[in-house]
Design a protein around this ligand. Structure first.
Ligand code: GLY
Length: 399
């Protein structure tokens, strides 16, 4: 718990009877949250020789990282005037091939990295007008995008609806299988010696004299650590002891479903329209997504599924013939300004890597590599500067 006086760790910071691996010896880094960010930074830091412990409130990697579609879409998802977000996204896109290769080498597992490109289709004149405005913005930032006619789009992607009148094609928007990536990062962490503690929520971070001392689990045991990383996604806000750098994140619900692929129906690109997206994986099409402010409610609704199936049908009518495999909902962690929260803060040893909202998978390489470098005391990444937690602290110019 935050404490500005020099308080030694409480007496209960002893070997926990419930978990004999927890001891008084501080680890170099304690990671709160076992999603892509937490697992990624834990792995990168352990590979640098640090002793790392990671806690997650549930199964590892089963939050937003599991729920996502795995699209790597810095151009399509670029929002008007969010140039700093795009700079980080573009850097991450450049890092993706090496990052995927590194994770695969470290884990021995595939992450399904697929350089498929993307198509955003306009299904009526309003869509087309909106896309043209966005295309002008994309071009102003030098993105690799091209406008194509409906006929040219169907030549590339024959299953597209005859109602697709035009669209934007990007050859540089790729995808990964985010669920394979989660499994590969867990394996990479295990091989690198990270102590993984699933089903153990962190209730508070211990801070004394402006220095992190560790984190307290929901078993009441303090796990001493020289540094703590907050990577708890939508749950990061509930952690006590963070004071004015408590991450202002809220959950934004996304309902999703998947369809089983059939050999006669192949998609070569990630397909989007104003109604949703289809990310074709090796064994399934992932269809997304709703965007709803409903707190921590992850129930799948009839309306949500209807919206997803309707969106898939409008862009790719053949989708209605595929077997429905799975439905689910995840919680995107959205910060107050929707930008991620990364790097250090005024408390020594306290770091953040959370709040990536709609872009967590896409931004994983730049976020993980940059935050691991920051924790290791290496030079700060300039793309991370706009996203420091200090921007939300009381008295900050743009909190
Ligand atoms: N990035 C896709 C989504 O948030 O639904």
């Amino acid at each position: 718990v935050r404490d500005h006086h020099h308080t030694p760790p409480p007496a209960h910071a002893v070997t926990s009877p419930a978990n004999p691996t927890v001891t008084n010896t501080p680890v170099d880094l304690l990671v709160v949250g076992g999603g892509l960010m937490g697992l990624g930074v834990a792995w990168r830091c352990a590979a640098r020789g640090m002793r790392v412990r990671l806690l997650d409130r549930g199964d590892l990697g089963r939050g937003a990282s599991w729920a996502a579609a795995g699209m790597l879409a810095p151009c399509t998802e670029a929002q008007f005037h969010e140039d700093a977000v795009y700079a980080l996204s573009a850097q991450s896109q450049d890092l993706w091939p090496q990052f995927a290769a590194d994770v695969e080498a470290a884990s021995g597992l595939s992450v399904g990295f697929d350089t498929c490109g993307s198509i955003v289709v306009a299904l009526d004149r309003d869509d087309d007008a909106a896309q043209r405005r966005h295309f002008a913005y994309q071009q102003s930032l030098g993105m690799q995008v091209e406008r194509l006619s409906g006929a040219a789009l169907r030549e590339r992607e024959p299953l597209l609806s005859p109602k697709a009148i035009a669209g934007t094609w990007s050859p540089v928007e790729h995808q990964v299988d985010n669920r394979l990536l989660v499994d590969a990062l867990i394996a990479a962490c295990t091989r690198a010696g990270v102590a993984l503690e699933p089903h153990r929520a962190v209730t508070a971070v211990h801070v004394g004299a402006g220095q992190v001392g560790g984190a307290i689990g929901d078993d009441g045991v303090l796990r001493p650590a020289r540094a703590v990383l907050i990577a708890g996604g939508a749950w990061s806000r509930a952690i006590e002891g963070l004071g004015d750098v408590t991450p202002p994140v809220r959950p934004v619900k996304g309902q999703m479903l998947s369809l089983a692929t059939e050999p006669r129906y192949q998609l070569a690109h990630v397909i989007r329209s104003a109604y949703g997206y289809i990310a074709p994986k090796a064994d399934r099409w992932v269809v997304g997504a709703t965007s709803e402010d409903r707190g921590f409610d992850v129930r799948v609704t009839a309306g949500g599924v209807w919206h997803l199936l309707d969106g898939a049908y409008r862009a790719v009518p053949a989708s209605h013939e595929l077997p429905l495999l799975e439905t689910w909902a995840g919680l995107r962690p959205a910060s107050r300004d929707t930008g991620p929260i990364m790097g250090d803060c005024d408390v020594r040893g306290l770091y953040f890597c959370t709040g990536h909202y709609r872009h967590g998978v896409q931004m994983t390489p730049a976020s993980v590599n940059g935050v691991a470098a920051c924790i290791a005391g290496e030079p700060a990444w300039s793309t991370h500067a706009p996203f420091n937690a200090r921007r939300f602290a009381a008295g900050a110019a743009h909190g």
